[in-house]
Design a protein around this ligand. Sequence first.
Ligand SMILES: Nc1nc2c(ncn2[C@@H]2O[C@H](COP(=O)(O)OP(=O)(O)O)[C@@H](O)[C@H]2O)c(=O)[nH]1
Ligand SMILES: [Mg+2]
Length: 720
Amino acid sequence: MFIQTQQALGPYQKADPLTKVEELQIKFLRLIHRIGLTPENLVVSQVLYRLQLASLIRAGESDVKRPVLKVNTARGIATELESTGSPNLDLSLRILVLGKTGVGKSSTINSIFEQPMVATNAFDPSTDRIHEVVGTIKGIQVTVIDTPGLSASYGNASHNRRLMLSIKRFIRKSPPDVVLYFERLDAINRGYSDQPLLKLINDVFGSSIWFNTILVMTHASSHPPEGSDGYSVAYDAFVHQCTTTVRNYIRQTVSNAQFETPVILVENHPMCRTNNKGEKVLPNGQVWLSQFLLLCAATKVLADANVLLKFQESFQLIPKNSRLPSLPHLLSSILRPRSLPNGKSFGDQDDVYELLDNDNDEDDYDQLPPIRILTRTQFKTLSKAQRNAYLDELDYRETLYLKKQWKEELRRQRERMLHQDDTYVRNDNYENSDSQEVSEVSDMAIPLSFESDNPAYRYRSLLGNDQWLVRPVLDPQGWDHDVAFDGINLESSLDIRKNFQASVVGQMRKDKEDFNIQSECTARYSDPRHHSLLAEVDIQTAAKDLVCTVHGDAKFCNFKCNTTGGGISVTKYGNMYFVGAKLEDSINIGRRAKLTLNAGQIRGCGQVASGGSIEATLRGKDYPIRDDKLTLATTILSYDKEMVLGGSIQTDFRAGRTVKMSVNANLNSRRLGQISIKTSTSEHVEIALIAIFSLVNALIQRKGTEASIDEKKESTSIDL
Ligand SMILES: Nc1nc2c(ncn2[C@@H]2O[C@H](COP(=O)(O)OP(=O)(O)O)[C@@H](O)[C@H]2O)c(=O)[nH]1
Ligand SMILES: [Mg+2]
């Protein structure tokens, strides 16, 4: 039977991970046989069940459908191999021990090898360096990495950190299969708290260390303490209470309430009770060495199977979303048009120059007949229709005048750029240079939804010169109001040399525990033929990690009305990397219409998100003096086997002479959407506002009833 199976498995051996998992299962069963346990043992059956389940899931997913090796068949093969004794059980275990000094790490190593391998000491730390102890237990090769004890006193955190870092270096090349964290059973009492030590382990090795960690309790034959009734607590209840205490600390450390660390009880005392086979037993009759080997082997086998079947990525100790940045979010950040802080979107300036070149109705304003400006009393004598006609005329003239001004300014600017080569003033001579050389720092753009609670928008420049704009950031819930603000916001943008601009935006905030940074550095080069290059580095803190993104964009004006571009970005989040790329194209149709298409993909940590959008913009006839426009966009996003389609409409227009409206609405195929209406006015228009409020109210109510039926979610924001 064995030979048959070998032949059957033979051809798959290299290629098929499922076959490797089946081999692992057979090896595990052979070891169980040697330890003297049966597959009916609770832990053994759990391990076999998990291996079966994992294989079935992967076999079901793969294209080559094939039956998974049944437990009974595997058991038969294992028994047969054990009875013939060949081939050798090719299984190895690599174990790292961690724990405070004197808890019995070295003694346990001697106990499991059943001979003195390392020195132990009751009073002084006797393990002074990290070293490997190699031997065989039940025919499998076991390597234990013995480490000097950690210090229990809180003042010694730096010693502990140094020690852990050197352990981390030691295991870098070949990581352990199992980590044993040691405690003394008799030392766990109500006052026990090793949380700082556990937290340090978590910080140095990362939370993934807990997947392979087993809690080892030495001195397991200790007498349970007396209960409140004067009698000793039952042994099992005592053990349960102690393990629960330590497990809870580990749960708090990894911030996961479900996490259950396996426990092994150990007794190293030479006088430990033995059974009739001479095996050391605990007060409850358990042979602790077999339990020890079983749990170590189970941990290794399950971890190996996860790696082989690529399951390890789907396990996250801390809920997935808080650890992984959202891929759709990263994708939309790569797809968004890049902008410099002066509000000009990357490439926009070129459009504007183009408009200037194409604009022939030069002297519109100068050709207008003169108009008589009325005094207030004269104005009052006019009829309503006359008043309107008069105001319209003024408005028209204002537009033309602004247009003329704008063109002149643009021409001057272009002139300057062309002559800058010779007269270019270096950075350090800025005092002497014409202050016009420095691009102006604009005010912070008003966010889409204006939150009056967000102080970044409430406080304006504290101190500023031509190059730097500095603003305080005040958090109403902040920790220290004596200093009046919790952070600082810095912005600067300057022309470094001809056609080369750079900008920095940064915000730093500090509260009692966290220090947050958010910064964006951008450099942009654009050549006279409207080709442009942009490089950007974003750094920000997210929880405890630093998220760093490097982004590069290039745009080529290949035809007169067509611009093609592409970009790549790399994001580092903790120790994960995400790489993204995008392609985009924008076509100007006439002077006022623009069509933009883009598509991009981002991947990392085995996940992929792809998406794209088509956007059509129609600008008002007075662009860019008045920025009336209508934008229609559709987007598509595919992530995690799901496809989401979205559509949005945005329009900015003037409703009458004094009121500007901005309406933004979007909805996606998940039935999530948003409507936002903003108005700004230079006159009191309470009546109009009341109308809008009632309109919005009516909308909310209607949508509210729809929502209950359709699970539709809408949010409405009104910004004044
Ligand atoms: N009674 C008892 N004593 C133990 C046990 N484990 C270790 N010891 C004793 O505790 C002392 C310190 O042990 P050692 O292995 O050197 O601790 P390490 O610093 O963690 O390596 C030694 O004197 C051991 O004999 C145990 O399970 N039961
Ligand atoms: Mg030791």
